[in-house]
Design a protein around this ligand. Structure first.
Ligand code: FE2
Ligand code: FE2
Length: 166
């Protein structure tokens, strides 16, 4: 068999300092996300569905955590960061269904797109959230805000950063 005819599957996204938010509990989750995405992208067809399902489950927890922290720290329920999470979860769940029905190519295409989306999301919305959580001294284990005086007066309707002000 000529190996050059079978290109090795490679992860399109590698962890790097460019993704660091300097908030351990978010960075740890994001490292896990990058690892799981890499596992999907390098999986053979026989492992693709299981890998993608693990990624979807992890992402559900990942987004759910960020959504809870936002809800607990004065973000409006309709804030655009949570809305973006909801849209991406819908796409991932639909893709998993279609993958289970046999459309593995869709899972491979979507996984590559997801890496591109994640980089942008982490560097904008998640970066703004990390800054907010650092400023208010938020402890995700207890929900305690150590610096409540740093919370804004009204609800936050955008994502809390200059990249997303509405
Ligand atoms: Fe995130
Ligand atoms: Fe996020």
């Amino acid at each position: 068999m000529n190996d050059t005819l079978i290109p090795e599957r490679q992860a399109s996204l590698a962890w790097s300092d460019a993704l660091l938010l300097e908030l351990d509990f978010m960075d740890d989750t994001h490292r896990e996300f990058v690892d799981l995405l890499g596992a999907v992208e390098t999986a053979g067809d026989d492992r693709l569905i299981d890998g993608f399902r693990a990624l979807v489950d992890h992402t559900d927890e990942h987004f759910g955590g960020e959504d809870r922290w936002m809800a607990a720290t004065q973000f409006a329920a309709s804030n655009c960061h949570t809305t973006q999470h909801d849209v991406v979860m819908q796409v991932l769940r639909e893709a998993l269904k279609r993958g289970q029905a046999g459309d593995l190519a869709l899972l491979r295409d979507l996984s590559r797109e997801l890496g591109i989306w994640f980089t942008q999301h982490a560097q904008t919305m998640d970066a703004a959230l990390a800054l907010h959580l650092r400023q208010i001294g938020f402890d995700p284990a207890t929900g305690i805000v150590r610096h409540p005086d740093a919370l804004p007066e009204g609800e936050i309707h955008g994502c809390g950063g200059a990249s997303c002000s509405t």
